[in-house]
Design a binder for this molecule. Sequence first.
Ligand code: TMP
Ligand code: MG
Length: 234
Amino acid sequence: TGLSAMRRGVLIVVEGLDRAGKSSQCEVLRGFLSEQGHTVKYIRFPGIQLNCIASMYHWSNASIDRTTPIGKLIDSYLRGSSHQDDHSIHLLFSANRWEVAKSIEEDIASGTTIIVDRYSYSGVVYSAAKANPTLSLDWAWQPEIGLPRPDICLFLGISPEEAAKRGGFGAERYENEAMQIRVRELFQTIFEKMQDVAVIDAGKSMGEVSKEIRGAVTGCISRLDITSTLRKLE
Ligand code: TMP
Ligand code: MG
């Protein structure tokens, strides 16, 4: 009946190094959850393609693939066509999440499950990997506090050797070996201490990886109190 408790959506984050297959696995997971009867949305950071963003900026439906003003600044930095101070770009990545925080909360509350391709964990790890003396992991985490907290974070781990087999790196900033090695170490550091994280060996076949992901997500959903509200990062 209308009085029965409202099922909230589930906030699922997928993290990992470049070449780990995050985006493809997000797509497979989305298909699986839809078949299970969930209403599912996929979003990614940086560069957001969301209906709610479009309406926030009063864009027509035709332009929902436009990024936000902050997303555009990040994009030009990553392509190497603009420079930013390390702290400044870090805060822009965080601001990019804050500008959708409210709509994520609203979607989850109204029953939509969201799959997020990269989140605060990439945020802190990539920035701290620059080894800037005034940009520690601790410093980097501060602007993330208060953002919606994922119900589960899937970390797709992949070895440097396996990543290299998959076609090497692209031309974007951070897509180089030294950076990726530090990023891998820092992901390990933060996920060791974290709850609600499932470490997945993304070096396996596509089918095996998606099976592991389905298992982890199904377990999370069965444990979740769906009458609860979404928690916040702290
Ligand atoms: P992508 O490979 O998923 O498109 O992400 C682009 C790059 O942005 C990737 O190298 C990781 C980096 N990144 C950050 O440095 N900080 C962040 O907060 C996020 C979400 C990504
Ligand atoms: Mg990339």
